[in-house]
Design a protein around this ligand. Structure first.
Ligand code: MRU
Length: 379
């Protein structure tokens, strides 16, 4: 297939704006987010002064993607503490803002635990707030480190699984710097391949209904200068049939004890296609995404979102933000009901490998995953 959509560009950070940062202006600490509902049309920041604002930002997907949700949740607890709000209430609201990505509740818990420990017997509010912020910053830093390690392990795995290099990688949803303290998860592996001169093409599934692939992954890919092509989700089958995919790389919102993987809806059908076409299906996610307390796929709560996201489309000049505020236009008769799960679950037998910062699990089994987690605790 001709590279008619090849791009060129500098290999720079996928966005000029930090995805999330903590600031302390005179009026009090704030969490500044890049509003992902406005991308790719405009880079606009959203300033959160309290946990309630952050909960809204999480629900509307202004801030999104499993690892970043964990980081944001931790900073949200720090924000509530620094501004003197009820921290227990804020932690509850943040942890429950979206149910599927385990990173969110886990990030909130880490900062909340640090806050409670900081309070001590004396109820030292200042120390507690400082400790919550230190926990959020540590998580942020560790996620960046995990991202770099996953990129290395993922690239080595591609070298093993796809003889000859020059990979054509299919990805789904968005898993780059927009979801991470670093360069992301699955996207970071594609970026590493690009830097090594080994990426022939990144196939980007548009990811209906909120178009994280088209709006966000294409935005990130364009800025790195890698060759990428956007496709509708339902074009994936013919792409596999044409022999155009060497590997599928996706992130995850929760990986449970038996190796089942919850990720953006549309991931499971890609795994089925990959199996049928003998193409490696690789999941890349940090250890914070692994939930050993959930035994199997059936135990994952899949977020159900508003039917309007399916029955309406973004107006041509619109943004997700405008669309969610009622600025969409109907693509189905008025009153049509919609099925709109935000995620699906892929069983372990369809997953060739799981890549974490601790290494690679392949084949994907409960034992293999358990061993990797145990090894990580010894590090
Ligand atoms: O609904 P979103 O946009 O938060 O969903 C994000 C995804 O499903 C990503 O694929 C997932 O978080 C993994 S990215 C590291």
């Amino acid at each position: 297939m001709a590279d008619q959509y090849a791009q060129t560009g500098d290999d720079k950070r996928p966005t000029d704006l930090p995805v999330l940062r903590w600031e302390e202006p005179a009026e009090g600490p704030v969490l500044v987010l890049l509003d992902q509902t406005r991308l790719p049309r405009e880079e606009v920041e959203l300033v959160c002064t309290d946990a309630r604002g952050l909960v809204d930002a999480i629900r509307t997907l202004a801030v999104r993607g499993a690892p970043l949700l964990g980081i944001a949740g931790a900073y949200g607890v720090a924000l509530a503490a620094a501004r003197g709000f009820d921290v227990d209430e804020a932690a509850d609201a943040l942890a429950g803002a979206r149910p599927t990505a385990v990173n969110l509740a886990r990030g909130v818990r880490r900062a909340h635990d640090a806050y409670r420990a900081g309070l001590g017997q004396e109820g030292d509010l200042e120390r507690a707030a400082r400790d919550a912020l230190a926990a959020a910053r540590a998580l942020h830093r560790e996620d960046a480190e995990a991202s770099a390690a996953m990129a290395g392990h993922g690239l080595a795995l591609l070298d093993e699984l796809v003889p000859g290099g020059r990979y054509r990688i299919l990805t789904h949803c968005n898993s780059g710097a927009l979801v991470s303290g670093g360069e992301g998860t699955a996207f970071a592996v594609a970026l590493a391949a690009h830097r090594a001169g080994q990426l022939r093409r990144l196939w980007v599934g548009e990811t209906r209904p909120l178009l994280q692939g088209a709006r966000l992954t294409a935005y990130e890919a364009a800025r790195t200068g890698m060759a990428y092509t956007l496709l509708t989700d339902n074009a994936a089958g013919s792409l596999f049939a044409a022999g155009e995919v060497d590997a599928v790389l996706v992130g995850a919102d929760r990986i449970v004890a038996d190796g089942s993987v919850a990720n953006k809806v549309g991931t499971y059908p890609l795994a089925v296609l990959a199996k049928y076409h003998h193409v490696p299906f690789i999941v890349v996610a940090p250890g914070t995404t692994v939930d050993p307390d959930a035994p199997d796929g059936a135990s994952v709560e899949v977020e159900q979102r508003a039917g309007q996201e399916v029955t309406e489309a973004m107006a041509p000049q619109g943004t997700v933000a405008g669309f969610e505020a009622g600025g969409g236009y109907p693509v189905a008769p008025l009153g049509t009901q919609a099925y709109n799960p935000a995620f699906d679950v892929t069983p372990p037998e369809l997953v060739t490998a799981i890549v974490t910062e601790w290494g690679v699990v392949s084949p994907v089994t409960a034992e293999g995953l358990g061993e990797l987690c145990a090894r990580s605790r010894q590090v």
